[in-house]
Write a protein that binds this ligand. Structure first.
Ligand SMILES: [Zn+2]
Length: 104
């Protein structure tokens, strides 16, 4: 049996996932979105199919949930406009994206 879907419980779970993503993302929005969205998807995958839409709607209300398609579009936009995968100017990225180029 798959786990049942409880709206209130799920809302709480979304809040917890969001807080944990905030604490790990280093204040970079795109990193937060990636962490939050992946975690949401792995949790929502346990719910019966018919609840997925509602689960993702709630995830969007409680945090910045982007679908895999939206995240891919975002990454594409970043690449086309010279931003790194974190959505930042490469020279300003704390992950050192701009630096990497020089050592290649
Ligand atoms: Zn970066």
């Amino acid at each position: 049996m798959s786990k049942g879907f409880n709206v209130d419980e799920w809302r709480e779970t979304c809040k917890e996932i969001s807080q944990s993503a905030v604490s790990k993302c280093g204040c970079i929005h795109d990193v937060y979105v990636g962490l939050y969205s992946c975690e949401i998807e792995s949790h929502a995958g346990c719910f019966p199919e018919e609840h997925h839409e509602q689960a993702f709607d709630i995830a969007k209300q409680e945090g910045d949930y982007y679908t895999p398609k939206e995240r891919a579009a975002e990454a594409q936009w970043n690449a086309e406009h010279g931003y790194c995968s974190h959505g930042l100017d490469q020279d300003c990225c704390p992950c050192g994206c701009g630096d990497l180029e020089e050592y290649r």
